[in-house]
Design a protein around this ligand. Structure first.
Ligand code: DGL
Length: 276
């Protein structure tokens, strides 16, 4: 154990990983966690009743996130993955306060910003919700590690409602993507960060817009890798579990969540209503 690093020796590898988002977005991270860590159990909380977080005030987001973190700790999670940029940007401190170093916390902005900063990209664009862009956290974090990188952030608020409506490969979504990505702010970018966990659900359409001109960062992969390293470092990898269990709790049962979660995790999964 590193000097001053928290002591997680009270945790057991068999405990589940807690993952949360406002809705289906965090499933892009959960999917990558399942791929990289196929023996892990997890509990997913989707706060569908309160989405989109991107349109909510900082105070409101802090309130939701505090309750979800308490819930995941009560469910005995060994790590918490904040699979939501809006929650990370506005309420990371609240999550850390509730957790009080009892379990590791993995967010979706810091590992991605660090990786991009160290890989020496030049012009980076970030698309995200209004609540994320308002904090400027991607720009601040990338610049903290590498002040030479140019970072431009653009709020793209219509994408989450379109995704939650299930508008994939749909003319409305294509028009929204075309309109946002043609914005002057993103004119010279070489790299694009999808600063909302919902957006990888439209990654094909986004890549199509750019052809091969722009590199789109695979944030779920970076986040899942960060989680893997932290679990490994603390001897918390659940490597022997042959039948991982996935539990899904939602604050409102929606058809779209059911459709996307079953597509990724199979028809046998149960979605449970849990209002916090
Ligand atoms: N998926 C979330 C994010 O990464 C939240 C989207 C929303 O609810 O507005 O920001």
């Amino acid at each position: 154990m590193k000097k001053n690093s928290p002591d997680y020796s009270h945790l057991k590898a068999q405990q589940p990983i807690g993952i949360f988002d406002s809705g289906v977005g965090g499933l892009t991270v959960a999917k990558e966690i399942k791929r990289l860590l196929p023996n892990e159990n997890f509990i997913y909380y989707g706060d569908t009743k309160h989405l989109p977080y991107g349109e909510k005030s900082k105070e409101a987001i802090k309130g939701y996130v505090t309750k979800i973190t308490q819930f995941l700790l009560e469910k005995n999670c060994k790590a918490i993955v904040i699979a939501c940029n809006s929650a990370t940007a506005n309420a990371l401190k609240e999550v850390l306060d509730v957790v009080a170093c009892s379990v590791p916390v993995i967010d979706v902005i810091n590992p991605v910003a660090e990786k991009v900063a160290f890989e020496l990209h030049n012009n980076v664009g970030v698309i995200a919700t209004k609540a994320t862009v308002a904090t400027g956290l991607y720009k601040k974090t990338i610049k903290k590690h590498n002040k030479f990188i140019q970072v431009d952030e653009l709020a793209t608020p219509l994408l989450v409602p379109a995704i939650e409506e299930g508008f994939k490969n749909h003319p409305i979504t294509h028009a929204i993507i075309y309109n946002y990505l043609s914005n002057n702010k993103l004119k010279d970018i070489e790299t694009l960060i999808l600063g909302c966990t919902h957006y990888p659900l439209l990654i094909d359409e986004i890549k199509q817009f750019y052809g091969n001109r722009v590199r789109v960062i695979d944030s779920p992969n970076i986040v899942a890798n960060e989680l893997k390293q932290i679990l490994e470092r603390n001897n918390l990898l659940n490597s022997k579990n042959k039948q991982p269990e996935y539990h899904f709790y939602l604050s409102d049962l929606t058809k779209n969540f059911e459709k996307i979660s079953k597509k990724i995790f199979g028809n046998a999964i149960q979605l449970e209503l849990q209002i916090l």
